[in-house]
Design a protein around this ligand. Structure first.
Ligand SMILES: *[C@@H]1O[C@H](CO)[C@@H](O)[C@H](O)[C@H]1NC(C)=O
Ligand SMILES: *[C@@H]1O[C@H](CO)[C@@H](O)[C@H](O)[C@H]1NC(C)=O
Ligand SMILES: *[C@@H]1O[C@H](CO)[C@@H](O)[C@H](O)[C@H]1NC(C)=O
Ligand SMILES: *[C@@H]1O[C@H](CO)[C@@H](O)[C@H](O)[C@H]1NC(C)=O
Ligand SMILES: *[C@@H]1O[C@H](CO)[C@@H](O)[C@H](O)[C@H]1NC(C)=O
Length: 510
């Protein structure tokens, strides 16, 4: 009975895995959708730029009876599963690159709120709307999960669906539940006995790799180095990130970031964060970039000689991807976990071609930008180098440095009921202050702004090593693999994905 969906999916999930209390599944890295707001932003900068910056991580699921295959973005920053209908505008245009759902071909499809579904992500104009329905869902070949509430989009900005794996208290509203929260797919996975508790680990893998993984209900000890350190979740900025009914409980994966430093090519450290820094930051796999406070962004952009080329984009020479330099993040105080993000992982994707850039390597996105709506977010340009266990039941995460290139290996430990996380040795408890929504400015201070058709690179003050500045240096493999992953070959300005981010409009208005 399970053979059909399994072989359709091409997934390798032993059925025993389900009874063992976990599901270990692959994620596919893919270039992001192009979204309508991009056309508007193009007016801000005249050069024809190549869109190869945003990437997403997709998981295979099936919906309906018989099962229809879909690939959807795995998003830790939102909490609803939705898929596009064959009747939606993107599908009619043939753009539904993750599959399209045909309600008429499913005997288990039940509409429960016609026209009531509308999820709005943080990107401008980024809404998907349609019906709330009840359907049979299967995740990566798991056994059927019946009567699951999902959205079926009839209109929207996105070419494929999203599986939000966050807190119920961050679900899109209005939704079919009277109290505002309904049982999410992850809740069903627990209640159907697929997982012991509502916790999972995410491994995006290095930028050069095309496969990451999610361990629902488990930790894969081959995918990190050092040890996992736990962090209690924090509240988000005021007006968001708080459970409606209980303001002391977080409703998203905010943790306390306590220092950010630059490590130059000689291994010397420059502190970028202010003394005493303790910021509540969101871990969000649905945001492609990293969004840091103005002080840190300014220090980084100045040190790298970045140029501001667009609303969300700081451009540096693509040759920076050849340097040994890195950014070091630390959480929860001086005993807390540290994650190193090499510049080779951060700087990728040509955004300004060599013909319009003062350096022969062309210009690439710096991978870090300013906050939106007051949110400081660690997105994919941070998460690729972190192994993170997300424990919804216990309002905690655990973080370690990711081991790169380990898609093919696994050593799985199921996360049991209760509070312990396998491999976690300690908890770092320094807590964060909240950034007020209006205290955050989106742009760095004193960074040159590109105005004409040619962009002139600034002068770095950090020591980046000879390979980063060699005049004929080409961008490393990161840039070319990014190019190979472009799903939509259309010239457009660079763009960043902002899925979820606790910024579902309903949540902001609370
Ligand atoms: C999803 O399914 C397709 C086959 O339809 C397969 O090629 C792809 O590798 C699968 N992706 C993942 C992440 O399992
Ligand atoms: C779940 O739904 C499938 C088809 O959608 C059906 O075959 C199966 O019997 C249902 N399981 C339960 C427990 O109702
Ligand atoms: C969904 O909500 C957004 C934000 O409120 C709104 O702009 C959009 O028009 C809505 N879409 C539909 C189809 O109602
Ligand atoms: C809200 O209602 C749902 C059923 O619609 C129920 O499963 C859930 O436990 C309720 N949550 C609270 C906080 O009462
Ligand atoms: C990177 O650092 C190592 C030693 O830390 C050094 O041997 C190597 O030459 C450096 N590479 C570059 C490109 O600077």
């Amino acid at each position: 009975m399970f053979l059909t969906p399994l072989s359709l999916l091409g997934a390798v999930i032993p059925l025993a895995a389900a009874s063992a209390g976990y599901l270990h599944l692959d994620l596919e890295k893919r270039a992001a959708d192009l979204r309508s707001p991009i056309a508007k932003r193009q007016q801000d900068f005249n050069a024809p730029l190549t869109q190869n910056q945003g990437v997403e991580y997709l998981i295979n699921i099936t919906v309906g009876t018989p099962p229809q295959k879909m690939a959807v973005t795995l998003d830790t920053g939102s909490s609803d599963l939705w898929i596009p209908s064959v009747l939606s505008a993107p599908c009619k245009r043939g753009q539904c690159d993750g599959g399209q759902f045909n309600p008429q071909s499913s005997s288990s499809y039940v509409i429960i709120d016609e026209g009531g579904f509308n999820i709005t992500y943080a990107g401008p104009g980024d809404s998907d709307a349609g019906n709330w329905v009840q359907e049979t869902v299967s995740i990566g070949g798991s056994r059927s999960i019946n009567n699951t509430i999902i959205g079926v989009a009839l209109e929207g900005a996105d070419n494929h669906g999203v599986m939000g794996v966050g807190f119920d208290t961050n679900e899109a509203e209005p939704n079919p539940s009277r109290n505002g929260t309904y049982a999410s797919v992850v809740d069903h996975m627990v209640s159907e006995g697929l997982l012991n508790r509502k916790a999972y680990s995410l491994y995006l893998n290095d930028f050069s790799q095309t496969t990451g993984s999610i361990c629902f209900g488990c930790v894969d000890t081959t995918k990190y180095t050092g040890s996992l350190v736990a962090l209690p979740l924090q509240l988000g900025p005021s007006g968001s990130g708080v459970e409606g009914t209980d303001p002391t409980r977080p409703n998203a994966f905010y943790v306390t970031l306590t220092s950010v430093s630059f490590v130059d090519a000689n291994g010397a450290l420059t502190q970028l964060s202010p003394d005493g820094y303790a910021q509540s930051v969101l871990l969000d796999s649905g945001t492609s970039q990293t969004l840091l406070n103005n002080e840190i962004l300014t220090a980084l952009a100045t040190g790298l000689g970045a140029v501001y080329t667009d609303e969300q984009t700081y451009t540096v020479p693509c040759s920076y991807s050849n340097t040994n330099a890195s950014i070091l993040y630390q959480f929860g105080g001086s005993d807390g976990p540290r994650v190193t993000v090499p510049l080779s992982e951060l700087v990728y994707g040509e955004t300004v071609p060599p013909s319009q850039f003062s350096k022969p390597s062309g210009g690439c996105d710096m991978g870090v930008t300013g906050p939106i709506e007051g949110q400081v977010i660690l997105g994919d340009t941070f998460l690729r180098n972190a192994y993170v266990v997300y424990d919804i039941d216990n309002y905690q995460v655990a973080i370690a440095q990711a081991a790169g290139g380990k898609a093919g290996s696994s050593s799985i430990q199921a996360i049991p009921t209760g509070t312990s996380i396998p491999g976690v040795s300690s908890t770092a408890t320094a807590s964060g202050t909240q950034l007020d929504e209006y205290a955050a400015t989106a742009t760095a201070t004193g960074i040159p702004v590109a105005t004409g058709r040619t962009v002139t690179a600034g002068s770095p003050t950090f020591i980046l090593g000879a390979s980063a500045t060699a005049s004929n240096a080409q961008a490393s493999g990161a840039s070319s693999s990014s190019t190979a992953n472009i799903a939509v070959p259309v010239a457009a300005v660079p763009q960043t994905l902002f899925l979820g981010a606790g910024l579902v409009v309903g949540a902001l208005l609370l």
